[in-house]
Ligand binder design. Structure first.
Ligand code: BES
Ligand code: MN
Ligand code: ZN
Length: 522
């Protein structure tokens, strides 16, 4: 939607900026009077000049529209010449005493969907710090995203100019931060586009080709060699002994693939391996899903989209970290050639797995990819997967579950405080480990147990079997990767691009605080 938008940092007053729409934020401040439970409205930094132009009538005007300043609230009003812009968009910031970047990101995301047919927009939001400015711009770009590839007559955005007002507009750090935001945004939008792509047009081989083509496109814009892409087909996977990827893929007429990306800068301070689940459609296979459960299953490749997008973002930002990324891709279909409950598959690391439910396919393709990742001798591995519905039951649809080694979990959590994405740790209990390793009568591992409880924990315990001794974290993004409801904050319906910005922040922090070399265990 926005690629045609020119984004410019500028100093100056929002009251005097010639644009169609100016966006300001208004927060709720608890009333000073103890008797009065109502809140006062306070214009956030960046928007003061607009409030001054309206004078004392500004807050009463907002109140007359019943604007309360709550998060997700938005009001668009004509300015009647009080400021240069013809319309003013006011977004609620809630009650946060200290505005944090995520509050801004969400509020500006809401604003982006409420600028009408404006051709030019100025953001008059807090922008004295790079993090806040990045949040405002990132929120605007992310919030206004729509997927129009299959609309005959898309309602195209008219926005040609986005002006970002900041007192530090000429500051080098700010200019660099804006460039970074554009690059990160491009990666997030790519991940969303892939997730939103209908599954009939994105089978594994096409997904792999598109990953390759995107790398070429990005390369064309860049001076140095960035990311190399390798695609492994069925024959290659056979040679590699990837029984999991081949097994899951064998029920479909669309053959599986494995995409490997490598970004290896000379000044690499650490090696990060990423693994992402790329099931282009999950019907469940012979253990077929009910119709309702299949509806959003084109999004079952969100993990792969996330890790591919993040790898390119890390490379474009020039972070001094080596990244090796594995994205196994397959379509999980029922047919005469599909795997059966009772089958045994041999994975890349030689472990045998007894299949009990063909709908627990993600762990099978990840098993091969994780063991391939360990062979790269990375300092840490992070896998990202729409792995279990049980994780949505546990944490809701906006929070991802994280499992694994403490040292990696703390890196993910620290990164998430910068990205604003929501994660919550879940355990890998000893009894689940025992079930995975002891409950198959005929193979090394049992893929799945028909117990209702703790399905995400069992899945994580299974994945752990393929991580060797490498510090590892597993991100279950089944909930937050795909928004089945209406838009909120900077999150549109459909693919969200969840995880990309957190992985980029993990890499950024790795560059300044590389691992000390000790391995740990939980
Ligand atoms: N792709 C699904 C998980 C999923 C469910 C993602 C809902 C997003 C929304 C996964 O392959 C799956 O089918 N999981 C099963 C696991 C079970 C068979 C052990 C599930 O969650 O029911
Ligand atoms: Mn499944
Ligand atoms: Zn799946």
């Amino acid at each position: 939607m926005w690629p045609m938008t020119t984004i410019t940092l500028r100093t100056g007053s929002p009251a005097n900026t010639k644009v169609d729409v100016v966006v300001i934020g208004v927060a709720q401040k608890p009333s000073k009077s103890a008797k009065d439970a109502s809140t006062e409205l306070e214009v956030a930094p960046g928007g003061e000049a607009v409030a001054e132009a309206y004078g004392r009538k500004f807050v009463p005007l907002l109140r007359s529209f019943e604007f309360r300043g709550a998060a997700n609230e938005v009001l668009r009003i004509p300015t009647n010449g009080l400021i240069k812009a013809s319309q003013l968009v006011i977004v609620g910031l809630g009650t946060q005493a200290d505005l944090d970047p995520e509050v801004i990101r969400r509020a500006v995301g809401v604003a982006a969907r409420n600028v009408g047919n404006a051709a030019s927009v100025a953001l008059a939001m807090p922008a004295e710090e790079a993090q806040m400015m990045k949040a405002a711009v990132g929120g605007f770009l992310a919030g206004g995203y729509t997927y129009t590839a299959y609309k005959s007559k898309p309602k195209d955005s008219q926005i040609s100019d986005l002006i970002v007002l900041s007192p530090l507009a000429r500051n080098k750090e700010m200019i660099a931060a804006l460039a970074e935001t554009k690059q990160l945004n491009q990666a997030i939008m790519k991940a969303r586009d892939w997730v939103n792509c209908p599954p009939n047009t994105l089978p594994p081989a096409t997904f792999a080709t598109q990953a390759q083509e995107w790398a070429t496109t990005l390369q064309a814009d860049s001076a140095q060699a960035l990311v190399t892409t390798e695609v492994f087909d069925e024959a290659d996977l056979g040679e590699l002994g990837c029984g999991g990827i081949l097994g899951v893929g064998q029920g479909s007429t669309q053959p599986p693939r494995l995409v490997k990306l490598t970004y290896a800068p000379d000044d690499a301070k650490a090696v990060l391996a990423l693994v992402g689940k790329g099931i282009t459609f999950d019907s469940g296979g012979l253990s077929i899903k009910p119709a309702g459960g299949m509806a959003a299953m084109k999004s079952d490749m969100a993990g792969a989209a996330t890790v591919i997008a993040a790898t390119h973002a890390i490379a474009q930002l020039g972070l001094p970290i080596k990244v090796v990324t594995f994205a196994p891709m397959a379509e999980n279909m029922p047919s005469g050639t599909a795997i059966r409950p009772g089958d045994v598959l041999t994975m890349h690391n030689g472990k045998t797995v007894e299949i009990s439910n063909t709908d627990a396919e993600g762990r099978l393709i990840l098993a091969d990819a994780l063991s391939l990742a360990t062979e790269e001798k990375p300092d840490l591995i992070i896998d990202v997967a729409t792995l279990t519905g049980a994780c949505i039951v546990a944490l809701g649809e906006k929070i991802a579950g994280i499992f694994g080694d403490d040292s990696v979990l703390s890196r993910v959590k620290a990164a998430a405080t910068v990205s604003g994405e929501l994660f919550w740790p879940l355990p890998i209990p000893e009894d689940k480990r025992d079930e995975v390793t002891q409950d198959s009568r005929i193979a090394d591992l049992l893929q799945h147990k028909f117990v209702r409880w703790g399905g995400s924990l069992y899945a994580a315990a299974f994945l752990e079997q393929f991580t060797d001794t490498t510090p590892w974290a597993h991100l279950d993004i089944a909930g937050p990767s795909f928004n089945t409801g209406g838009p909120w904050g900077q999150t549109p319906p459909g693919g969200t691009g969840f995880g990309v910005s957190t992985l980029v922040e993990v890499a950024r922090a790795l560059a300044t605080k590389p691992p000390t070399g000790e391995t740990d265990s939980v």
